[in-house]
Structure formats: C-alpha cells, structure tokens
Write a new protein. Sequence first.
Length: 558
Amino acid sequence: MALLQRRKPRLRKLARYRAIITKLAAYGFQDIVGRLRLPIRPRLKGAAGRIATAKMSFSERLRLLLEDLGPTFVKLGQLMSLRSDLFPDELTEELAKLQHAVGPFPADEAERIIEEDFQIPASELFRKLEPEPLAAASIAQVHRAVSRKGEAVAVKIQRPRIQQVIATDLAILQDLAGLAERYLPFVRNYKPVEIVRQFARALELELDFDHEGRTMDLFRENYRGDGTVHIPEVHWDLTSPRVLTMELIQGIRLSETKELAESGQDTARIAKDGARFILKQIFQHGAFHADPHPGNFIIMDNGVIAPVDFGMVGYLDVEMRNSLGSALSAFLNKDPNKLIRLFARLGFVEDDVDQGALRRDLLNLFHYYYNLPLAGLHIAKMIGHLNLIIREHHVSLPPELALTFKALITVESLGKRLDPRFSVVTVAQPFLRQLAVERLASWQSIDKVGDFLADVTKLVQDLPGDAENIIKKVRSGRFKVKLEHGNLEEATQTLRKSVNRLAFSVVIAGMLIGSSFMMQVQGCPRLFGFPILGLAGYLIAGFLGLWLLIAILRSGRL
C-alpha cells in the first residue's frame, strides 16, 4: 500500500511510537505492552501518566484509547466495528460509538490547501467561500461556497498534513500488528496484519478525493432515471486529490429523526426507498455504500434520498453477488448443506474445520427460524447468530462480504426507526428472485456452455500430462505423500468414490466431445437430419450424466 510504503522521518516516528505505547499502558494494557517485547518503554511517571480504568471493560478501555490516539485509530476502530464476523458483539457495539470530536481548522488553512492544489487563489475559483464550515470531521471539513458560475456548492477540504499523520500511524500499526501475531497467540485468529493491510487500502482511497468523485459519478450513472434517489453532481473543474466540490444538497439528515417526523414526510416510503437504494447496489450494481450511517443521507424537500459521503465504498464481483444471493436463499430455505458447500467452494472454510459440527450448528440456527414468516425475520438477529457460528468455527469471510452484512444490518435499523413495520427481508425478495433468474439465464447462453465445454476439453487434454508428471516423480523418488491416520477405512471409501466419479466424469466428457465431432461427419446414417452415432453418443452421455448426478445427490455431497 502506498501509505504503508512511505518513509517517515525517524525522530517523528519514534516520538509517536513512544506516545502510543505510553497511552496503551495508561489505559490498562500494560500486560500486552510487556508481551510485545518492544525496545521502547512507556512513560507513566506522575499523575498524568495513568488513567482510571479499573472499573471499565476491555471494550470501553479500547474505545477510549482509540479516541485519544486520534483520527487514524478512530478510523481503525470504526472499521473493526463493521467486522462482527471477527470480533465479539460486545466489542463491535462499543467501537460503533467511536466519535472523534475535532474542531474546525482555520479558513486560511483551507484556502491555502485549495491554492496549493489548483495553483491559483481560492478567490479566483469561488465567488464566495464561507469561512465557517458546515461540518468538521477527522479527515476533512465541508464549506458552503458559490462557484464563479453562481452555483451553490459544498467544498470538502482535507485537513492540513493529515496524510503524513496517517502514514506515520499506519507504519506503527503495521509494526505492532506483526509483533502481536508473533507474541500474542490469542490475537492470531483475528489476523491483525491483514486487518491493517485492508485498513491502509481503505484509508488510501478515502484520502483520494478524485477517487471519491469518480465513485459519485458511477453511482449517479447507476441511478440515472431513479426518482427516489439523487446523487450530487461533482464539479470536476473545482476538484483535486484534496478538494472535492459537489452540488450543495438542502434538506433534513436521516439522523435528525425529530425534525424528519415533524416535516410531514412519508417515513414508511423513505424506509423502503432507502432499502431499495442499498439492495440495488449490492445485488445489481456490485458497488455499494459501505457506511450507510444516518448522518450520510439527506432527505430533500420532495422526499428524495440524497447520499452525501462516498468515502467508504465496497465492491462485489458477479461471483460474490451470486454467492451472497445463494447464502440468503439457503437461510430462507433452511438448507445448511448448501451454505457449507458455498463456504467451501469460496475458500471460507479452513481444512481443519469440523464440517459436521459446523453443519449441526447451522441446522440448529435454521430450525430456530423455521416457521417464522418473512416479515418476522430480522436481518440483524440472523446475521448476529451466523457471526457467532462463523467466529466459533473460524470461517474466514472476505471483508467485502462482512461489509455487506453490516450494510444490511444498518439498513434494517434505519428502516425500523422510520417505520416500525419495516422488513428488509420483504424488500429484498424481488432482488433475490431477479438474481436467481439472471443466474439461470447466464447458463443458458452459448458463451457459458462454450466456456464449460472448453474447460472440460482442457481437463481431458491435461490428464495424460499430469499423470506422466506424477509417474516421473514416483520413479525419481521425489513424489511425497503426507498421511494422517484417522478413520482410514472411511477415508479410503471416500477416496474410492471420488476417483470413480472423476473417471466417470472424464468418460462422459469424452463421449460429449466425440459425439460433437461425429455430428460434423458426412455420409453417416442420419435420423431427423443428424448423424445417428452423434445422437447416440449424446443420449448415452446424458443418461450417464443423469445417473452420476442422482448418485451424488443421494450421497448428500457435491
């Protein structure tokens, strides 16, 4: 990551390192500091060195520590609060409270940053730039302004030197994460080094306002013609990596529940429109607003929803969108085997996971929700129970999927706040049905069938070469097999079945390919205009394929 690769002035990094270690110890994490074997020792002399944390829980102390350490660590805590699949609910709920109360930086600093990025004074870019910001956050603040064309705009300006501060903190976090994985066994399951890497990537994109502007353009195009959502227009002539100028949106923020209730708006409709906005991103567009916080949405006077912050966005490819739809369908159809197969296919389940125990826990979960009507299902509760199982069995979800789950939970919470009868599952049903139809239609296309036959052909072509390589390794003594004795008879039976199925599949593939060639041969006896040998080959291959599919389904394993 670019932010992790930047070199820091050694003295500044050392001073910041010492400050972080000192505060870690001051908030009651002395034991962790000691076990990390750091060459730097905390300074805890005097009354200012220690903070009364004896009556606080681990989660409370961690939240206060992160708030005290500044913007980088607050952002890290906010990211951790989204990973309910990794961290216990008590911790994620506490970290969700993270707020970094920062005052605005001076207007002359804002104008200096504009001048540095555009190489001309702010007064030549804007007819008016109000000195008092509309809002101030840890990374940037927003000013109301009027462009030279007379348009009302909102100007988002990064804090001075924020990139240098974050780069220094990320370098220290990377060091601490590596030490934690090495010396703290109970931390390894949380993969701190990987979390810091993902965090650095997210922050790098959030600090690039050009990227945020392009994301807004993407969303604007995706929702063109949608009368329920309005994406602010980006003024590219007034935008740079540290300055983002967009259309000024007037209205009531979703976080202002009292004002919204008194405005006479149809809150039940707004709840459904907001849910459709997020669900369409997840299941159709693949790019979704990963931080649907109520403060990030404005309800305009005409009831249209306007998202105003696109700093945190998640992306789902086609396979991941289909997998998410399959996972939700498995929930709704009470099918634990389908969910386990899905996790295994996507590589979420480690080799040492007890799949029998995982299946039993999922089955118990599904039975818990068995007779509940769709309107009675609560996404937050379902995902919360699923996350408990995921954490217990060390199932590794990719961050995009975890962010999707969190977005769905937030949407449900916002919807319930606006309309007590709101059900996100009910709103999601049409999207799941459409996803299933698209998945089926994609396999009916000539391209998909052609790709499948090409893959089978390549498998058949590669088998002789692979077999020859194995034989050469056996002859040279370089072929190694690692065996762990454990219910050997059952393993042998499973292996025999797998080999038989593989051989059977190769025979079927060969018959399909051979029959395809026979269909091109001229002068053979024909039936309905097609060569009889080719038709016979297709018929036999189809019969054998059906036989194999029935055998697999009867065994309960794909």
